[in-house]
Structures are given as structure tokens and as C-alpha cells.
Write a protein that binds this ligand. Structure first.
Ligand code: SF4
Ligand code: SF4
Length: 423
């Protein structure tokens, strides 16, 4: 109630909200959703299917939170709303229960996730995938067919905790890499690129064993209890190597871990330890920009940076990635309208709200078509996949890269070496 009552209904957040921009409806705006939450918590309104649908359509992108003059903690409000609707929601129990089971027993367990993603990995590397797309057969598969657009093109081998990263010859510092769940399985190449980029900047990084999924997807789904369980395991894993920064290359995981203090605030054993770990968490771009090293880098072409919501709005990091890109020789950084507006990826949003996700992807496609860059750069795996689909929709041949991949390539272009550092 205290958080809800901070909203003074000024409406300054409304035009930042992607779902409001698409629908134009007050009930699909942050102010409308807060109003509904307050009416429910004061007993003036029941959680009807219509009320729940307005909350369910929220992307949890937190663009509203970033512009709110009253510091309404919208992210925490909507997580608690989801926690309530999961137990006494109005739209049936079967789907939320299935989703929760999958998030707990597949996403939340690295081994199960690896098994579940094995056929996905196989299909993503299938040489005739383009042909499958062109036949239109995917349209017959409903949501599954729509989800196909968001699979990575050719995922490399996984990168899991305990595996080795590139090391600098003469390190000036050390860091610990957080590997994540889906990120570890499908974006191993981004982790390897991150290791090489850190090594070029003099940082010796390693990925400690014992770390698990950050819990962001579970918290966003309202399963705060399971998110807390995962957070406690990560705290224990990173406490074994105290003091070192914990580097993340996934904005969603970074935002979640920086908020472990709030997530475990009522846990007497972990509250202080959670705050300590949160203070060590740093986004890759944040760390690199703070180092100020001048590693020669070259990439001739136009580049646009698309801010992940949880980097721009939850972590308030927008300048550092642009600073790094501007430091690359030949890189023509072009801003596009709505670069910090949600692309519609938002964790599992594309699966549960395919129509709104597609509408937001089309807005990105339009912005990319107008800018026609050579490369689209972002800093979060989900955004990277959605932007790949948007670039395809726009008919662009632009490459869509994680910022670690672009920096890695730019360093190699500058000194004419390959990934193993050979000339
Ligand atoms: S959430 Fe903040 S910006 Fe939005 S209406 Fe309320 S007080 Fe205004
Ligand atoms: S989190 Fe994003 S989608 Fe949800 S109300 Fe705020 S701005 Fe709108």
C-alpha cells in the first residue's frame, strides 16, 4: 500500500509505456495498472479476468519507473501483483501452474535446461531452417511457430560454470563471470567473447562453480519464493570468492542480482549478505567504461545501440555502452527513435503475449529500416534474438550482435588476430 500510494496519478509515465503506445488505453498504462492494484488492495475491485489481463500485458520493462518523479517502485509492485494473481488469479490455474513448474524444474535447473534445449540447439543449427521458414509450415504451429523466430541462428557450444576463459598475460585485475541459465546454454559464444574482451582490458575472469539461474524469470512470474531460493544459492557461490566484482553480460540477470537486497530484505540470515553481493554486481559495459583502458579497436560501419530495458531503466546504464562504441575507430554510432523502448522480448513474454510482442517487434523493425545500420548492437540475450527477428522483418542484412561480440571483433580487426590471438 505504501508503494501504491506514492503514485500521484500525474501521468508522466504514460507515454513511456510500450503497451500504452500500442493500445492508447489508460488500463494498459502504468498509471492504470497501479490504479487497479490499489482498488483491488482496498477491496473496491475484484480480480476479474479483465483486470488480470491488464496486468498480464505489462512487459515489466520499467520504463515507467525510470521517469516517475515520485519514485514509485513499479517493478516491485508488479512482481507482488503477479505473486497474488498466481495464487488467486481469475484466468484459470492450469497455465500459471504449468508455467511455474517449467520455470522451477527446467529453467531453474541447469541440467534439465540443457536437456530441454538440446533439440532447440539441434534445430537452430539445421541447415534447411530457412526453407522451413519459407514454406509457411510454422504458421500452423501457433505460438510455437512464432517462437521459432526468436531462436538463435547458430548457437555455439554452451559455456557453463567452471569452464576456462581467456586470460591476459599480465592481469591488472580479476573478476567473476555470472553465466546464467539460457545464456549459458545458447549464448556460450557471448561468454567466450566477454572473456576475451576482459582479457584485452587486463582482467582475468573466471566463472565459479555453484552459481545458478539469477531468478529474474521466476520473480517476474510472481514466484518470489523460488527466486529467493536461487538468490541464496548464488550468494553462497560468490561468497566463496569475496571482494571480486561479479560481471554480467545479460542486463536482465544484472538487474535482478542488483536487487537481491530488496528480494531478501526480510530474511535475517541473508539480508546483509544479499546487499553485499548486489554491491559487487556490475554490467560488462559499466566495468569496461570504468577501466578507461584504450585498447585499439576498429569497426568500419554504421552501428545502432538498442538499450535493453533492464539495462536502461532498471540499472540506469545508457552512457557506458555508447562510450565504448564511440571509442571504436570507424564506428558511426547512429541513434534511432525508441532505442530504449522495449522490443517485446521481455523474458518469456513473446511466448505468453505473442500479439503485443509482435507489435513491439514491428515498431523496432520500422526504426531499424529507417536507420539501415550495418550492425545492431545490444547487451541482453533475449533482446538480441528479438532484434534479429526485427531486422529480418525489416528486410535488412544487418548483423545483430551482443556488445561483447562487437568489441571482441573490433579488437581483433585492429590488431589482425584471430579468436585465439594468432596473427
Ligand atoms: S507512476 Fe509515477 S509517473 Fe506514473 S502516474 Fe504515478 S506518480 Fe506519475
Ligand atoms: S513496466 Fe513497461 S509495460 Fe509495464 S507499465 Fe511500466 S512501462 Fe508499461
Amino acid at each position: 500500500m505504501e508503494a501504491l500510494s506514492r503514485c500521484v496519478h500525474c501521468g508522466l509515465c504514460v507515454t513511456s509505456c510500450p503497451t500504452y503506445m500500442v493500445t492508447g488505453l489508460e488500463t494498459e498504462s502504468p498509471r492504470g495498472r497501479i490504479y487497479l492494484a490499489r482498488a483491488v488492495s482496498e477491496g473496491r475491485l475484484a480480480i476479474t479476468p479483465a483486470v488480470q489481463a491488464h496486468w498480464d500485458l505489462c512487459l515489466q520493462c520499467r520504463a515507467c519507473e525510470a521517469v516517475c518523479p515520485s519514485s514509485v517502485p513499479y517493478g516491485q509492485i508488479i512482481e507482488k501483483v503477479r505473486a497474488q494473481t498466481a495464487t488467486r488469479g481469475a484466468t484459470g490455474r492450469w497455465r500459471p501452474r504449468m508455467r511455474r513448474l517449467l520455470l522451477r524444474h527446467v529453467v531453474g535447473r541447469q541440467r534439465s535446461l540443457a536437456v530441454a534445449l538440446a533439440p532447440v540447439r539441434l534445430y537452430a543449427r539445421f541447415p534447411l531452417r530457412g526453407l522451413v521458414r519459407r514454406t509457411g509450415v510454422l504458421r500452423l504451429l501457433g505460438r510455437l511457430g512464432q517462437a521459432e523466430a526468436q531462436l538463435p541462428s547458430r548457437p555455439g557450444p554452451p559455456f557453463r560454470p567452471g569452464q576456462a576463459l581467456s586470460a591476459p598475460a599480465d592481469p591488472r585485475g580479476e573478476a567473476l563471470l555470472f553465466t546464467g541459465c539460457v545464456m549459458a546454454e545458447l549464448f556460450g559464444e557471448v561468454h567466450r567473447a566477454t572473456g576475451r574482451v576482459l582479457a584485452r582490458n587486463g582482467i582475468a575472469a573466471r566463472a565459479p562453480r555453484g552459481q545458478v539461474c539469477c531468478g529474474a524469470l521466476h520473480a517476474h512470474d510472481g514466484d518470489l519464493e523460488f527466486a529467493r531460493r536461487l538468490a541464496r544459492r548464488n550468494i553462497e557461490a560468490f561468497e566463496r570468492e569475496p571482494g571480486l566484482p561479479v560481471v554480467l553480460n545479460s542486463a536482465g540477470c544484472g538487474a535482478a542480482m542488483k536487487e537481491y537486497g530488496a528480494l531478501l530484505a526480510d530474511d535475517p540470515r541473508f539480508a546483509e549478505r544479499a546487499r553485499r553481493l548486489a554491491a559487487r554486481v556490475t554490467d560488462l559495459t559499466e566495468l569496461l567504461a570504468s577501466l578507461g583502458s584504450e585498447v585499439p579497436a576498429r569497426f568500419h560501419g554504421t552501428v545502432t545501440f538498442q538499450d535493453p530495458c533492464h539495462l536502461a531503466h532498471a540499472q540506469r546504464i545508457t552512457a557506458q555502452p555508447r562510450q565504448l562504441l564511440r571509442g571504436i575507430e570507424g564506428c558511426d554510432l547512429r541513434e534511432t527513435p525508441g532505442a530504449d523502448s522495449c522490443c517485446g522480448a521481455a523474458g518469456i513474454y513473446g511466448l505468453v503475449q505473442p500479439a503485443m510482442s509482435a507489435a513491439l517487434r514491428s515498431r523496432k523493425a520500422q526504426a531499424l529500416r529507417d536507420a539501415a545500420p550495418d550492425a545492431v548492437v545490444t547487451a541482453n540475450p533475449g533482446c538480441q534474438l528479438q532484434l534479429q527477428a526485427a531486422a529480418r522483418e525489416a528486410g535488412l542484412g544487418a548483423r545483430v550482435l551482443h556488445i561483447a561480440e562487437l568489441l571482441d571483433e573490433a579488437y581483433r580487426r585492429a590488431d589482425g588476430t584471430d579468436r585465439a590471438g594468432q596473427r
